[in-house]
Design a protein around this ligand. Structure first.
Ligand SMILES: [Zn+2]
Length: 100
């Protein structure tokens, strides 16, 4: 069974669905290797993931590195907002410390 799925996602620069991304849920991979001595199976846990397949955006020409960077900055922005929200919630409860 092949758990990997190819999807199209929006380019963070031009917002056109031009980027091919491979995504997969967390799953277990069993690899059997045959040697002269014995058959052995290796079980590997694969956590869910996301990988950019395209080298560049076919619309605006941004390359994979620029796209990954834009995504990364997007994610960290979200985290920052989540942290602030959490801090506000805690303040309402009477918390006055600093969250790391
Ligand atoms: Zn683009």
């Amino acid at each position: 069974m092949e758990p990997h799925t190819k999807i199209k996602v929006e380019c963070p620069f031009c917002e056109k669905e031009t980027l091919e991304v491979l995504t997969w849920p967390s799953h277990t991979e069993i690899k059997s290797s045959r040697s002269a001595v014995a058959k052995s199976k290796t079980i590997r846990k694969v956590s869910e993931g996301f990988e950019l397949m395209s080298d560049r955006c076919s619309n605006c020409g941004k390359n994979a590195n620029e796209i990954r960077k834009a995504w990364y900055e997007d994610f960290s922005k979200t985290d920052e907002e989540k942290r602030k929200k959490r801090l506000e919630e805690l303040r309402k409860l009477g918390f006055s410390g600093v969250i790391r």
